[in-house]
Design a protein around this ligand. Structure first.
Ligand SMILES: Nc1ncnc2c1ncn2[C@@H]1O[C@H](COP(=O)(O)OP(=O)(O)O)[C@@H](O)[C@H]1O
Ligand SMILES: [Mg+2]
Ligand SMILES: [Zn+2]
Length: 540
């Protein structure tokens, strides 16, 4: 019968327990000197070795030939405990035996001397699940334990234990196991099982397991099912996550603002049944690594990956602004929360990806604002000295009304008509002599424009859902609640597609402006004031 790897490779002596030396050394030295306590409490996250150490301890206290505080695993007692023929070591799952009666039975039984072994050992797992009555019953026994009894309580949720219980036990805190220790154990197990496991693959499993050895071994088990040569790809497939190659593609697209490619990649991975929750987590981790690489010089110990991956991470970090990385992490964190409850997880991730690929919106990141103000100040100075310059291509900075005539469709900010009507506006192309002016009033067939837009620019179409428009003085003014619309229309590609959709419906080129209340409110901020100043310069 197939035995799960994590069971098969449960350490049998303290020396085989990875990453918990503060626990194992202390226990070993206690055992060597015979200073055994009657109540131990093992706490820490799941899969870190609590049950394992409880079992080793139960053998070590009873072993006939212990070595350095370790059980010999050879004597009849060790073997009997291991195969369950010696009944003096009792494992109780408090999750299913949590009543006061269970503990009363235990107390009565504990009074009898052990049959074969020296100590009767009770291992109470998930002890936080006991009822209040059961805790009180247990407390009585802990106050005056029979000399031949040892309790080992284990829990992942120490805060749920009454202080009276805590104070009677010797407490050991199990730590999350470091990626290096997990990697080392995985490599050891794979070797013993005659399976090739690359170091990158082991490191990837360690990263996914996040400090839990049981999860790491379970994932290794799933990889084993796929063959005898395990590399990063098999791990990604077994874990249902996107490989690192894809993560680097995502950050490349974010750097370039190329959401078309990013959305295509989401679809591709989704079709290959990559799990959206894990993809979101992996992306967050990837951007976390970029953040560390961007900010910490000596970041080698802080990022769990291979050498070449580290180099790639550093190179990518250099291509991205810190503000971009930080806002991406923020967006992904929010998306992760939304994805949990979402009916369609993919759409949530797509929305997040589009935001990540869009220019960082002003207001959230101070660095960005500082940059914008600096560039505006520069322009004011230039303008006051009579210099004329082109609107920058970089859509993160606020453009100045372009001076060149008839440059084809370019997103341009604006100048205020009324205070609440602002922003993205594109200079008209040299107006066709024959075009008759469009009358002012509501843009009745706006839905046709949106329909046309669906063909040209799906992300923009999505962002413009629910918008309406009016025509005023020969320009189309869009009303939208969506605060990101402005940033979108400020980019050349989107404004071009929108102009095209409008052209399809009206048969002529129009200026475009966005009106929204959020932005109007924002005009009380210094950045807006500065922008207005520039506009007034331009008008003069
Ligand atoms: N520190 C560790 N060193 C080596 N293997 C471990 C360690 N912790 C857990 N494991 C592996 O994970 C499995 C489950 O560990 P267990 O001790 O039951 O965890 P828990 O802390 O949840 O009680 C073990 O059988 C073993 O294979
Ligand atoms: Mg356990
Ligand atoms: Zn023994």
């Amino acid at each position: 019968m197939y035995q799960a790897l994590y069971r098969k490779w449960r350490p049998k002596s303290f020396s085989d327990v990875y990453g918990q030396p503060h626990v194992t050394r202390t226990l070993q030295s206690q055992l060597e000197s015979g200073r055994i306590s009657h109540a131990y409490l093992f706490t820490g996250s799941r899969g870190t070795g609590k049950t394992t150490c409880a079992k080793i301890l139960s053998k070590a206290v009873n072993c006939l030939n212990p070595v350095d505080g370790n059980p010999c695993n050879e004597c009849e007692i060790c073997k009997g405990i291991e195969n369950g023929s010696i009944l003096d070591v009792i494992e109780i799952d408090a999750a299913s035996n949590n009543g006061v009666d269970n503990i009363r039975d235990l107390r009565e039984e504990a009074n009898f001397t052990p049959v074969n072994a020296k100590y009767r050992v009770y291992i109470i797992d998930e002890v936080h699940m006991l009822s209040i009555g059961a805790f009180n019953a247990l407390l009585k026994t802990l106050e005056e334990p029979p000399s031949h009894v040892i309790f080992i309580l284990a829990t992942t949720e120490i805060h749920k234990l009454p202080a009276t219980i805590l104070s009677r036990c010797q407490r050991f805190d199990f730590k999350r196991i470091s990626p290096e220790d997990i990697t080392a154990r995985l490599v050891y197990v794979a070797e013993k099982e005659n399976v090739t496991l690359t170091e990158n693959a082991a490191a990837l499993i360690a990263r996914i397991a996040d400090g839990g050895m049981r999860d790491a071994l379970s994932l290794l088990d799933r990889c084993f099912a796929m063959g005898n040569n395990i590399d990063e790809d098999s791990v990604s497939a077994a874990a249902g996550i996107a490989g690192t190659i894809h993560l680097f593609s995502f950050s490349e697209y974010v750097a370039k603002g190329d959401f078309t490619s990013a959305l295509k990649l989401v679809s591709k991975l989704h079709n290959e049944s990559c799990d959206i929750d894990s993809l979101c987590t992996e992306l967050t981790l990837h951007f976390r690594n970029l953040m560390v690489a961007k900010t910490v010089k000596e970041c080698d110990g802080l990022i769990v990956c291979s050498k070449d991956e580290l180099e790639k991470t550093k190179a990518r970090a250099a291509e991205l602004k810190l503000s971009k990385i930080l806002s991406s992490i923020e967006i992904l964190e929010k998306a992760a929360a939304n994805i949990k409850n979402a009916v369609n997880k993919k759409i949530q991730l797509e929305a997040a990806i589009i935001k990540m690929c869009s220019p960082v919106s002003s207001g959230s990141i101070s660095e960005e604002i500082e940059e914008r103000i600096a560039s505006l100040e520069e322009k004011i100075n230039a303008l006051s000295s009579g210099k004329v310059f082109d609107a920058p291509k970089n859509n993160n900075s606020v453009n100045v009304q372009e001076q060149k005539p008839a440059e084809p469709v370019k997103a341009e900010p604006v100048q205020n008509e009324k205070p609440e009507e602002k922003i993205a506006e594109q200079p008209e192309e040299a107006p066709a002599e024959t075009a008759s002016p469009v009358d002012d009033g509501p843009f009745y067939n706006w839905s046709d424009v949106l329909e046309a837009l669906k063909k040209y620019d799906i992300p923009l179409f999505g962002i413009m859902a629910g918008s309406t428009a009016v025509i005023k003085n020969g320009r189309v003014i869009i009303n939208s609640e969506n605060p990101t619309l402005f940033d979108f229309i400020c980019t050349d590609t989107h404004s071009r597609e929108l102009a095209r959709a409008i052209y399809d419906v009206l048969g002529q080129k129009m200026k475009i402006a966005v009106s929204n209340k959020e932005k109007a409110k924002a005009s009380s901020n210094p950045l807006e004031d500065l922008k207005n100043k520039i506009n007034s310069f331009n008008n003069n």
